[in-house]
Ligand binder design. Sequence first.
Ligand code: ADP
Ligand code: MG
Ligand code: MG
Length: 248
Amino acid sequence: MLQIKDLHVTVDGKEILKGLSLDIGDGEVHAIMGPNGSGKSTLSYVLAGREGYEVTGGTVRYRDQDLFTLNAEERAREGVFLAFQYPVEIPGVPTATFLKTAVNAVRRHRGEAELDAMDFLKFVRARAKELEIGDDMIKRFLNVGFSGGEKKRAEILQMALLEPTLMVLDETDSGLDIDALRIVSEGINRMRGPDRSTLMITHYQRLLNYVVPDHVHVMAGGRIVRSGGKELALELEEKGYADIASAA
Ligand code: ADP
Ligand code: MG
Ligand code: MG
């Protein structure tokens, strides 16, 4: 699904990713953990194709294509979905309008018929209900004045509607209370399947109690310094990052 080899990335003249390698197979859920400033968000931005991130070395292959030959929009159409640590607010655009545009763009790309207003409403309401999102929320402008938990649920709703192939979630658990964490985790778990892979970036272990990963990686100083199974997350919780990063 995703094969990252010796990736080097520079931001504003400063090297942030320093030889990161990671291999994610079909249907696998991988977690990347690591201290603040280790380059986790930089990795998600590079995968998304955000401007200002200069790839100075290495390769990223996504389903047998060179990811870097696709622009940000093309990546999204090809099934790469990124949920960012800080979702953008879009004043003037109701959430439902935004979602309908995104869903129909993907459907056009897949050669499927676009959904009309009625069908879209049925589709969005069914998915929204699972995430405990009411009509009032989808009528509001996207993310404007949403609480932290509402923003994350809106993002998972968008993901559920777009049915991506690769999901990259950057600190989707940050700022969530326990109920919101459960709702968001259940939303992610519902999407797990043999043809869809997930990269979860998280600073804390608690999300991984709900969305149990197949592989856990520790990132420090712009590369992966240790990999293991789900038990690695528990070890990190116990020992902290300092020990693991310095032992690597
Ligand atoms: P994480 O998500 O693991 O906390 P980030 O990827 O956000 O880490 O940041 C990694 C490092 O890159 C940090 O030291 C941060 O200060 C630096 N960095 C991020 N963006 C920029 C930028 N635009 N200019 C300079 N340094 C940056
Ligand atoms: Mg594997
Ligand atoms: Mg970050």
